[in-house]
Write a protein that binds this ligand. Structure first.
Ligand code: WTA
Length: 673
């Protein structure tokens, strides 16, 4: 089938709407029509996507993606039962959509610019080269026993080979699970074992901020505990030799021997594309499952419309591919659209605080998409680091992962964007696959308010719920943020535990997807995210369950009890505060605290280590033994005078006790600073 760009697909839809004609029916299943003379406005398209999702998404999918076989049903979704299926009966290959279709038209256009750790050493990779690398890697995987449906772990920093690894899996119908290369061996092993991966792909070492990261050593440690792993494919980022054991395969050498052509597997729309582990409020991280067609369409369409991506733009999303932002807006969305996507390997302050903007100038970046935590850090260094570089190439700035405070928003808008660029605060989640609420798309010139995601994307219908589970109507109201209609990009299940998927997202409010976030609807019907309503915290944009940190600390023999609370932090957004109880014979508390920090780093990751640890005699508990974290949060956020209902406390005296210990700790910290 001829390759068609998303632009043309949407252009047609918009065109038809503009002319007041109904979009052509989907292959079947689309039943809606658009009223005569409907303007192609954001409102009209939103209304259509809400009223008749099949009629909206069907033609878009048909015209935008390259199919091997057409779908027969646009959507078969029932949120009450947590059932989500899109473009059923359709067959396609995601790597063909991201590579081959562009290679046919313009093989030499640039797919990736690898902005390596060392500034000024970027590497450009054309679509033709990326396809060839992907095929060689796909053939290497096949030669090492990876078949359709098998899981492959990717433990690699952002790099063309990491992208090729993802696409190689997609090409042969294998399922990738990228594990952020900052996670510890134990975290990596946990994910590999849950997914029962056959192969891990990694580098000998990584480079970040001028420092060497020993990736292969972490993998060696992890795979000792992973019986399903048959091979470790090791690529080289540095010249350093690493020990190669029985499982290890030198990746580049093997690839050089393979054919640069690999026939793509034809996949069903609802076959698994990837798993991505993320934290919930309880239990171990869950492997969210994203599938082929719906995910790809949603990532590509949001990439195009939220960021106003146009052909020729250089799209710079600085997220790591270990997170969903990297999946959707470094890899799948941009590549499906034939864009040039920047792969940022470094940190915002290496070699200095001008790194992002020097890169923007050198690469002529059109869209810059990053996390508020980096913005908060950079603004402290002052404006001169920004102003000394030419940012005239920038058109859109984007923020993701956590709430962006006013100061950071204003700085990004005024200083970085010279009050000229569109700034989009984008709200979404690993579970949603792509951006759900953002100021764009909208009518041209429509207002954008600071620090607000504002407008739902096409097909996203936000609903606010009160504590009793009633829908909250009107404006200037807040509640639990739910989405009432399925969209193509949403996760389909939790790998190996569909019941957990249903319990986590569809049980609290039957018939709705519950996001875990709270939100406010303002006058004008705009949405502002107020933050998580569960025990998930967001440290520097990294999502983490407080229970995971508690579990890691509980492994220490001297620590029978812990309670971890998130609290506001200037740069990180949130940080973790750990209350711990020590056994009588625990010995030196400072030593235990040091060990606890090391334990958390080795069991989860460095960023999960609590910023503050406080030893208390006991924790506040209900009579049934539940720790009242709510009270601890009040204490550390200076709201101890307003504790609310404490009648269920087993012993109210515990509060005065903890408060006085906390105040001493706080005064000591203040004196030390
Ligand atoms: C939070 C990241 C406020 C939110 C794409 C969500 C945000 C969680 C925003 C998902 C935003 C993400 N404003 N909060 N613009 N974007 N969040 O799965 O709490 O790593 O539930 O996906 O980050 O984090 P995740």
């Amino acid at each position: 089938m001829a390759a068609r760009s998303l632009g043309r697909g949407l252009g047609r839809l918009l065109g038809r709407l503009r002319e007041g004609r109904a979009p052509r029916r989907a292959a079947s299943g689309g039943s809606g029509s658009v009223p005569a003379a409907a303007p192609a406005s954001y409102q009209a398209l939103s209304a259509q996507a809400a009223r008749d999702p099949a009629a909206f998404w069907g033609p878009l999918a048909r015209d935008s993606l390259v199919w091997d076989a057409p779908y027969h049903t646009v959507c078969d979704c029932d949120l009450r039962g947590g059932r989500v299926g899109w473009f059923l009966g359709g067959q396609l290959n995601v790597s063909v959509n991201c590579l081959d279709q562009h290679v046919q038209k313009s093989p030499e256009s640039i797919a990736l610019i690898w902005e390596r750790d060392e500034p000024g050493t970027e590497v450009r990779v054309t679509y033709r080269e990326l396809l060839e690398t992907t095929c060689r890697l796909a053939n290497t995987l096949k030669r090492h026993g990876v078949r359709r449906g098998d899981r492959v772990a990717i433990y690699m920093p952002v790099s063309p080979l990491a992208v090729a690894s993802m696409l190689a899996c997609a090409r042969i119908g294998a399922v990738h699970t990228v594990v952020f290369a900052g996670f510890s061996a134990e975290s990596l092993a946990g994910r590999i074992n849950d997914a029962k991966c056959k192969v891990v792909i990694t580098f000998n070492q990584g480079l970040r901020g001028g420092r060497v990261v020993e990736l292969k050593k972490v993998v060696d440690e992890a795979v000792k505990h992973c019986p399903t792993i048959q091979h470790v494919l090791v690529a080289h980022r540095t010249d350093s030799k690493v020990h190669m054991g029985d499982l290890d395969v030198p990746l580049e050498q093997e690839m050089a021997r393979e054919d640069p052509v690999c026939t793509p597997e034809s996949m069903g729309s609802e076959d698994m594309l990837f798993l991505l582990y993320t934290s919930g409020s309880t239990g171990t991280p869950k492997g969210l499952v994203h599938t082929q067609a719906g995910y790809l369409l949603y990532a590509a369409l949001t990439h195009r419309l939220v960021f106003d991506y146009r052909p020729g733009d250089i799209f710079g999303c600085v997220a790591d591919i270990g997170w969903i932002t990297g999946h959707s807006y470094v890899v799948y969305g941009p590549l499906c659209n034939g864009a040039t996507s920047v792969l940022f390997e470094s940190t915002p302050v290496y070699p200095d605080a001008g790194r992002y903007w020097e890169m923007v100038q050198r690469l002529r970046i059109s869209q810059f998409y990053g996390a508020p935590t980096a913005v908060r850090l950079l603004l402290k260094y002052g404006d001169s680091w920004v102003r000394k570089y030419d940012r005239s190439s920038l058109r859109t700035l984007g923020s993701v992962g956590e709430p962006i405070n006013h100061e950071a928003w204003e700085w990004l808008h005024k200083v970085v964007g010279e009050s000229r660029c569109t700034l989009v605060d984008t709200w979404w989640q690993t579970e949603t696959g792509g951006i759900c609420i953002a100021p764009r798309p909208s009518e041209e010139g429509a207002e954008i308010l600071p620090g607000m995601a504002m407008r739902p994307f096409f097909g996203i219908i936000p609903v606010l719920m009160d504590e009793e589970g009633n829908v909250v109507e009107g404006c200037d109201v807040s509640g639990a943020l739910c989405l009432s209609q399925a969209w193509p990009g949403m996760a389909r299940t939790i790998y190996g535990d569909h019941q957990r998927f249903l319990d986590a997202y569809f049980r609290a409010y039957p018939g709705y997807y519950f996001t875990g976030d709270g939100a406010l609807r303002t006058q004008g019907g705009y949405y502002q995210i107020t933050g998580r309503m569960d025990d998930v915290i967001n440290i520097s944009g990294h999502r983490l369950g407080t229970a995971e940190i508690e579990d890691a600390m509980a492994a220490h023999p001297a620590v029978p009890e812990t309670a971890v609370i998130g609290y506001p932090h200037d740069i990180k957004g949130e940080a973790a505060f750990a209350f711990i109880v020590l056994k009588d014979d625990a010995g030196d508390a400072d030593v235990v605290m040091r060990e606890l920090r090391a334990t958390v780093a080795s069991k989860i990751a460095k960023y999960a280590v609590p910023d503050q640890i406080l030893v208390v005699k006991r924790l506040p508990k209900t009579r049934s033994g539940k720790v009242m974290r709510r009270l601890l949060k009040k204490i550390i956020t200076g709201k101890a005078q307003d504790l609310g209902d404490t009648t269920t406390l087993e012993d109210p005296g515990v509060i005065t006790e903890i408060l006085s210990t906390y105040q001493k700790h706080r005064d000591k910290r203040a004196a030390a600073q």
